[in-house]
Design a protein around this ligand. Structure first.
Ligand SMILES: [Cu+2]
Length: 456
């Protein structure tokens, strides 16, 4: 009797091995999606009270910003009907998810923009468990800045041992003291670290509070959904914290002992065990408090530290036969451009090419062409004085080396490339398409720091 793909997938997940699912073929999640949808996702103007007594004219997925948390089980279909009730066209990009190009949400590359009043059905299978997120890939500084960001949680197929779980979404808001929006991108700032919002928030609430039970282990999914900020994550208070996954992918659990630099788009999965009821643990960005874990009564569950989370079915790069591809991230601007009134001046470039967000044909000129199924080592060279969280669509990569720090190899979709850092990341080019490769500081991306990589 033939075994269905679904049965194979369940067997594969049970073995929890990269090889088990990977052996089904490079494109095992590429199938014809079942018709219909399970989620109505509405993007629309949603006034929020971020500053007490004032309304901020936010845009949101659902009733809050960050928006509706979508949850799906690893290996299952995510079927979302996206309704655009914004005054502008938009798309949805699923950050970190390996999926077919036509579901990737990049306007003019993977789909046409979804116009106001229209809808679009996103349907894809999710191969990897972990913490992900979704956001538009059009007019991103404004659309993400106004609040169109939300968590996407892919649950492991089998119980992980975690009894309690919290999602903690971080975002800074570009608002003034009356809650009015400030510019999302200022050329002077875009040419430096990026334009920073002034009001930080935890789950959409300035100095937000998250409850965790006393003496028990809670899985805390920290998501940086901000346009610009790199949060130097640390905890202050009576608690023990261990890192269980980075950007969705499990790692050997290690204690969180010093600041973890969480760049825009990046995620950190912690296990947190606080002390006694009534206590408070500050969630901090360096010395600054972002929010608070409030310790509530114990529930009687979750006393044990769970084992390492199961690996995702990622293809292992064949380093011995890899081809090296250099990528230089550079400054592009002439000083005169800083004063220019252009909506998106060219300030940054990759291998000598600045992406122009107003030119719909940029993706027709990919910066690299990769052969399907081959392993590549990307040599990332940051020739600037600013850090750049480098993100690739469609595939995950393995960080293998850096000239600035000791690397324990790990898989990710976003690597925070430090100033003047040179790093190597490796991947199997197993997903055909034209994929965006860009900095996730949104106004760096919109002023040149984006490129297309073709896999064929
Ligand atoms: Cu950047």
């Amino acid at each position: 009797m033939p075994i269905s793909r679904r049965q194979l997938m369940i067997v594969g997940a049970g073995l929890a091995g990269a090889g088990a699912i990977g052996a089904l073929g490079r494109q095992w999640w590429r199938e014809t999606p079942p018709a219909g949808f399970d989620h109505d996702l509405v993007a629309q103007p949603t006034p929020l009270e971020l500053v007490h007594g004032y309304q901020t004219p936010a845009w949101a997925y659902g009733a809050s910003a960050p928006g509706t948390e979508l949850r799906v089980r690893q290996g299952d279909w995510l079927r979302v009907r996206f309704h655009n009730r914004l005054p502008v066209s938009s798309t949805v990009h699923w950050h970190g998810i390996r999926l077919p190009l036509e579901m990737d949400g990049v306007p003019y590359v993977s789909q046409m923009p979804v116009l106001p009043g229209e809808y679009f059905d996103y349907r894809f299978r999710v191969p990897d468990a972990g913490s992900y997120w979704y956001h538009p890939h059009q007019s991103s500084a404004e659309q993400l800045g106004r609040g169109l960001v939300a968590p996407l949680i892919v649950e492991e197929r089998d119980p992980t041992g975690f009894v309690h779980e919290r999602t903690v979404s971080l975002k800074n808001w570009h608002v003034d003291e009356q809650g009015a929006f400030l510019p999302f991108s200022i050329p002077r700032e875009a040419a430096r670290n990026g334009t920073l919002g002034r009001l930080s928030s935890v789950n959409g609430v300035p100095l937000g509070v998250v409850e965790v039970p006393a003496g028990e282990v809670t899985r805390v999914r920290l998501l940086n959904l901000d346009n610009t900020a790199t949060y130097r994550i640390n905890l202050k208070g009576d608690a023990e914290a261990r890192i269980y996954a980075i950007d969705g992918n499990p790692v050997e659990p290690v204690p969180l002992l010093e600041d973890y630099w969480l760049g825009p788009g990046m995620r950190l999965c912690l296990a947190l065990r606080p002390g006694a009821e009534g206590g408070e643990i500050a969630l901090r960005d360096g010395p600054m408090r972002l929010g608070t874990f409030k310790v509530i009564a114990a529930t009687g569950g979750g006393q044990l530290w769970p084992p390492r989370l199961p690996r995702n079915p990622l293809p292992e790069p064949d380093l011995a036969n890899a081809e090296i591809v250099p990528f230089n991230f550079e400054w592009a601007a002439k000083p005169s451009l800083l004063a220019a009134q252009a909506s998106a001046p060219s300030l940054w470039q990759v291998n000598g090419q600045a992406w122009d967000i107003d030119d719909k044909t940029c993706a027709e000129r990919p910066i690299a062409r990769l052969r399907l199924g081959r392993t590549y080592i990307f040599e990332l060279r940051n020739l600037t004085q600013y850090q750049h969280p480098i993100h690739l669509h469609g595939m995950s990569f393995k960080v293998i080396a850096s000239n600035k720090r000791k690397i324990t190899p790990y898989f990710t979709d976003t690597f925070l490339l430090g100033r003047n850092e040179r790093a190597q990341v490796a991947l199997v080019a197993d997903n055909p398409g034209t994929w965006m490769f860009h900095c996730h500081v949104i106004d760096h991306m919109e002023t040149g720091l984006m490129a297309a990589i073709e896999v064929a």
